[in-house]
Design a protein around this ligand. Sequence first.
Ligand code: NAD
Length: 375
Amino acid sequence: MIDNKYAVGIVGCGGMGGGHAIAIASGTGNAVWNDDSNEGTPWEGDMNSDISQKLTLAGIYDIDPARQKWAADRGFRNYDSYEDMLADENIDIILIATPNDVHREQAIAAMRAGKHVLCEKPVTPTSEELEEILAVSKETGMVFYPRQNRRWDKDFRIIKKIYDEKLVGETFNIECRVQGSRGIPGDWRGMKKHGGGMMLDWGVHLLDRLLIMVPEKITKVFCKLTNITNDEVDDGFKMHITFENGLTSVIEVGTCHFLSLPLWYINGTDGTAQIDNWDCEGKIARLTSWEDKDATPILAGAGLTKTMAPRKGNSVDFLELPEVDFDNNELYTNLVDTINGTAEQLVTGEEALRVLKLMEAAFESSDKGVVVDFE
Ligand code: NAD
């Protein structure tokens, strides 16, 4: 502890770790990625809870001297090595923000040194590695907390509200996509040995959110990974998931998409909802009556159609997306409360394990070109 606050040591002070350092040091908690053009701008969303009285930055360690200097230039303490950081008795929490392949060894070393761990996603590239971590967490009693921060994205909160409150009736299909056109980043994310690839990068967020929203067993998975801009690791994927209750989902990540489909598109028995972009523009079309007796055929291409003719009159209402109110810093307050034993852990290692197993089913499906049974 430092000044009665939980002291955080950050290992890996690159884009994300640098953002964390600035955000924790400034007391704002939630962090965005930082690079030279974006000085780790602390989160500017709604922060209903203040974490500045709960967490403080002890210092950072990065193997790259340039990043050590970056931190020192901002007045952050540098440790000479990871071992040096782990030996600091003031540190309570190690925040791991290194490339994915070193999370396992760093998390285990931290917990064995008596530190709790907040670990960037994906917590590990494989479920086997995470199982090792969870065994050490159980053995040592140290909290292992996956940083699945995108559960607090506004677009997801809106869709979850629509789903939970049945604002489009019984949902039978959920589609979520993130699509860009810049290929896979030219850093470790393009390398297999570092746990690169878009499934492990964006896929882990999208699947984590789907699984906490839909509390059903998954029965079938079909996935096709893409290698359009990168041969070594996937630069995107399209995945079809079937839940035990029949609900289907399409999850897609693309990095060679010069026009983007909506972030979310969901279908229910009484309507359809769509979120177009991260500004959360979009709408709900909600059925008021199935009766639309005098449907007249429309010309559709070279033929006529009555089935696909747009609804007339007022049998559908177009509604604004619902308002949502949430605390962007909830992950941090929950981490502290979990350590204090005063709250249930909101993002658990077991949830992360289920997501990793689902990703492994997706890899198998794509390799073999088959539908894979799951759970
Ligand atoms: P990055 O390459 O910008 O930074 C990684 C840093 O780790 C580098 O400075 C590197 O020198 C350092 N490093 C590498 N090996 C190390 C070691 N053994 N010991 C100490 N330092 C070491 O990468 P990034 O974009 O910051 O990603 C880091 C982690 O954060 C990844 O797991 C990534 O998936 C995750 N991330 C999460 C989000 C999110 O929204 N939750 C966003 C971006 C990145």
